[in-house]
Design a protein around this ligand. Structure first.
Ligand code: SF4
Ligand code: FE
Length: 498
């Protein structure tokens, strides 16, 4: 154990740095002036809120506060921990109805933003940690659950954003964490003192991390006996000393720098992923929720994914927007009544509602764990996420089919503004009489944005790989399929005697 670091902040010191956030404006203010090291496109970012490339992602996260102010029935919940109504993104599920309510809220936020609003990872992390910390205490006589609920109570009272960080770089996939040549490819404890631990490593693809107030880091997979230092869960302020963020590029992201509102497709909202590098970041003991209990790492990952795979109901909100955009594009072209167009819109709706059905069923079929928290049905949550790895691609294909090639060949907004070309663009982009050709451009740019531009990152590739790639769901589906029982039932009906 190292010498005591007298300057190491306690939990109370750290919470003193956070304001109580009442609404979206407070949230946006809370991101200003934080001492964070952030790089975006090779440059150090001094002002995240004023950064044109980052702002739409902050605005999407802010929508989680706006929806709570405008529609508390949808986006707040009565917390037994805080003893008062809180933002639903900080709520522990006290019954199946809380999971149903959470998923209704996620669909609505998908509709409002047309992108990833980033706040679900932290929500799913706290729900899985509620039960895992309890189970660890039962076995090891530790006090993680009390530490965790004390932290969560503060988070609920301050109404902050908790970011969840799970995915390590992983290095050589054939090797365990302790076997890696460079230990930093898995986040791990580097030293300890009387006040806490220090961790180094990195977390990749971290949704909304720069827009968060706290980062809760968790192990990414099953751990073995020699991986104790890698089996660690803790919470650190997003601006803690030793953390560096490198912003992830998104397809067509620099359209946000072009000025104007049309070519971006969705100028208001975007998602955010970044790499977080931890260089000996201090974590006080009060904020450590697992430290070497290797056998619980897999439980944590599995419970997290049970929640998070159902959270992908968010994509049905995006599916609503994309289906609406395709219907509007058809209307602007004068083909709204054509039978194959109507049928394609029905197909898009069917696929979208199938995702919704599997997610909602997993909430209604939730079960209670020993800590008291309720968890989505694992099979149905995996079916939801597996649907999400496929159906948005088909919905996007149908939207592009209806949109037509103009979506990727039409002139830019700047040509519209140019004196020589503006009227020509308007004349030849016109569709049905009575429709402003510029509105036609706007809708086509939105479809472009969601199917191959900036928000396709969230609608397509994140749908494929977020919360685990398709094969991760197939492993769980195979494990839960009860194939022997199914065979026995078939044999019984067929008269097979064994
Ligand atoms: Fe939430 Fe969906 Fe974004 Fe994940 S992809 S953080 S579930 S909005
Ligand atoms: Fe995600």
């Amino acid at each position: 154990m190292d010498a005591i670091n007298q300057d190491a902040p306690s939990s109370a010191d750290l919470w003193d740095e956070f304001p109580v956030i009442a609404n979206a404006d407070d949230y946006i203010d809370s991101l200003k002036g934080r001492p964070m090291t952030i790089y975006c496109m090779g440059e150090k970012v001094e002002d995240v809120v004023g950064h044109p490339l980052i702002w739409p992602s902050i605005n999407a996260m802010a929508e989680t506060y706006r929806v709570a102010s405008e529609n508390p029935a949808l986006a707040t919940a009565q917390s037994s921990i805080a003893g008062k109504p809180i933002n639903r993104f900080l709520h522990i599920a006290e019954g199946p109805q809380d999971l149903v309510g959470k998923q209704e809220m996620q669909r609505e936020l998908g509709r409002r933003t047309g992108t990833c609003f980033q706040r679900c990872v932290g929500l799913d992390a706290i729900n899985s940690l509620h039960s895992v910390t309890y189970d660890m205490d039962q076995k090891h006589k530790t006090d993680y659950h009390a530490r965790f609920t004390a932290f969560l109570k503060q988070a609920q009272e301050h109404n902050v954003i908790l970011g969840g960080a799970m995915t390590d770089p992983k290095g050589d996939r054939s090797k365990a964490p302790h076997e890696q040549k460079d230990a930093d490819v898995f986040l791990h404890v580097t030293k300890r003192d009387d006040k806490g631990i220090y961790v180094s490593g990195a977390k990749m693809h971290q949704t909304g991390c720069i827009n968060s107030h706290w980062i809760i880091f968790m192990p990414t997979m099953r751990m073995g006996e020699k991986d104790k230092d890698f089996s660690v869960v803790g919470a650190v302020p997003a601006h803690a000393e030793g953390m560096t963020y490198i912003y992830g590029r998104q397809s067509c992201d620099t359209r946000a720098l072009d000025g104007g509102k049309i070519d971006a497709g969705n100028a208001e909202f975007s998602g955010q992923e970044a790499t977080i590098i931890f260089d000996n970041v201090f974590v006080p003991y009060e904020h450590i929720f697992m430290d070497g209990e290797v056998e619980f790492a897999a439980d944590l990952v599995e419970r997290f994914t049970a929640y998070h795979r159902a959270s992908y109901v968010c994509k049905t909100g995006l599916g609503d927007v994309l289906t609406g955009a395709a219907a509007a594009a058809a209307d602007y072209n004068g083909v709204a009544k054509v039978s194959h167009i109507k049928d394609k819109l029905v197909e898009m709706t069917h696929l979208n509602e199938t995702i919704y059905a599997s997610s909602m069923a997993s909430a209604h079929q939730a079960t209670q764990l020993p800590s008291g928290v309720w968890q989505n049905d694992v099979m149905l949550a995996n079916i939801c996420k597996h649907n999400v790895t496929r159906f948005p691609y088909e919905i996007a294909r149908l939207a592009q089919d209806i949109a037509g090639g103009l979506m990727v060949t039409m002139p830019s907004e700047k040509d519209l503004e140019n004196e020589e070309t503006g009227d020509l663009v308007r004349k030849f982009i016109q569709g049905r009489e009575g429709v402003d050709p510029v509105d036609r451009m706007r809708i086509l740019r939105l479809i472009e944005n969601m199917t191959l531009g900036r928000n396709a990152v969230g609608y397509l590739t994140e749908s494929m790989h977020g919360a685990g790639s398709p094969q991760a769901q197939r492993i769980l589906i195979a494990r839960l399929a009860e194939m022997e029982e199914k065979k026995a039932r078939a044999k019984k009906l067929a008269g097979v005697e064994e």
